[in-house]
Ligand binder design. Structure first.
Ligand code: ADP
Ligand code: MG
Length: 160
């Protein structure tokens, strides 16, 4: 099967890590800068981990906010360098829901509200022009289910 570099995109508390656990934990290696907090060069270490996984034939999920074109461009380039597909999942990032879920988190999992607003300012919606093989939109139902739909640039614009 074709290797995948799955790039999760969304504000803090948009549901990315939960989505990883429920959809990908059994099949994909988890790469997240949250797991590299004690590393002096997290960007370099993240790149190494992705390369190691792909070289070993594994698919990976990159579980960061991945808010900017620059961050994603590096990951997409890496995917293609190792003949893997770049697949993006954009999480509903209307701030209301994220602030609310963030408020319900405990300890270091919870971030200050200003961190969410700062990411919102940097957040650029993904597009196929970036080189993704596939792009999806993820929303959260009230009952906690994730709903995944094909990316529709028009629809995503009406989100905010
Ligand atoms: N589908 C869901 N429905 C309701 N709450 C959710 C859902 N997914 C995650 N959560 C809760 O929202 C919070 C943030 O989720 P998390 O997956 O940690 O987000 P992120 O990794 O994007 O920061 C957590 O407390 C989590 O339990
Ligand atoms: Mg997370």
């Amino acid at each position: 099967m074709m290797k995948e570099v799955v790039i999760l995109i969304g504000l803090q508390a948009s549901g990315k890590s939960t989505f990883f656990r429920t959809q990908f934990a059994a099949t994909h290696v988890h790469v997240s800068k949250d797991l590299l907090r004690n590393n002096s060069r997290p960007a370099r270490r993240q790149r190494q981990l992705i390369e190691e996984a792909l070289l070993a034939g594994h698919s990976v999920v990159i579980d960061n906010t991945n808010a900017t074109l620059e961050e994603r461009a590096e990951l997409i380039q890496l995917a293609h360098q190792y003949l893997a597909s770049a697949i993006g999942y954009y999480f509903d990032s209307r701030p209301g829901g994220c602030l609310e879920r963030n408020r319900q988190r405990e300890g270091r999992e919870r971030v200050p509200d200003v961190a969410i607003f700062a990411t919102l300012k940097r957040l650029v919606r993904p597009s196929y022009d970036e080189g993704f093989e596939w792009l999806y939109y993820v929303s959260l139902e009230d009952d906690g289910a994730f709903v995944v739909s094909e990316w529709d640039a028009e629809e995503s614009v009406s989100e905010q």
